[in-house]
Design a protein around this ligand. Structure first.
Ligand code: CA
Length: 239
């Protein structure tokens, strides 16, 4: 094994408030991570380009939304385009931005609202890293036993037809194509109906509820469609 393989996973903290950055770094380091701190938006892409080139890039970026120089939204979009496998957790005091952060537009892996506890940050970092490592592995039986038959508009769980309606199938398909990504009700509506002025968010909830019930009939102990309070839903096959 090389020294690289032994190295602790590195977390890049992009945060212009030194106290917050220090606190988060302390907690991450005592949980076995290495950290690197940048306090200016303009420094992020050049630094990432350099370390990625040398294959010494971070495992995850904790990215503040409001920064001097290039802002967090722009940075998140750029990171997604240039290094799609790099995990990003946004730090934000603006709850109203959450939909955009996690949506198709920016595609952050998760977000944490300020003020937060450093313990929460560590827990989220670990969860996102587990998820992205699982996504890198070849599909295990665990994750691949829910199968979409797109021609037949059927979903099979352990070979058993779930008997989904067209709308339920469509919902599952959209979410399964981006495991771990949170979809707002609005985004799900866009995929379900051509004219979504006629449906309400409650309609989405009720279809998701039926979909989840059909899945849990086969897998009572597993929850593959999760609801994310105040935001929407996601497909998350692993525990
Ligand atoms: Ca800030």
């Amino acid at each position: 094994m090389t020294a690289q393989e032994h190295a602790e996973p590195q977390i890049l903290i992009v945060e212009d408030e030194p106290k917050i950055a220090r606190l988060v770094a302390d907690y991450l380091e005592s949980s076995g991570f290495a950290t690197r701190h940048l306090d200016h938006g303009d420094a992020v892409l050049p630094w990432l380009a350099e370390v990625q080139q040398a294959s010494q890039g971070p495992a995850l970026v904790l990215l503040d939304l409001m920064l001097p120089g290039t802002d967090g939204l722009t940075l998140c979009r750029e990171i997604r385009q240039r290094w799609p496998a790099l995990a990003v957790i946004m730090l934000t005091a603006r709850v109203e931005e959450v939909d955009r952060l996690l949506g198709l537009e920016l595609g952050a892996d998760d977000y944490i609202c300020k003020p937060f506890s450093p313990r929460e940050v560590v827990a989220r970092v670990k969860a996102v890293l587990r998820r992205s490592q699982a996504a890198d592995q070849p599909a295990s039986g665990e994750a691949s036993d829910l199968v979409l038959d797109e021609e037949g508009w059927r979903a099979l769980a352990d070979g058993q037809d779930l008997g989904l309606t067209a709308v339920e199938f469509q919902l599952l398909k959209v979410m399964m194509h981006a495991p771990g990504r949170i979809f707002s009700r609005d985004q799900l509506m866009d995929h379900m109906y051509r004219d979504h002025r006629i449906v309400s968010e409650r309609t989405v909830d009720s279809h998701v509820k039926k979909l989840r019930r059909k899945i849990s009939d086969v897998w009572p102990e597993r929850e593959v469609i999760r609801s994310v309070y105040g935001v929407g839903y996601k497909y998350q096959p692993e525990a």
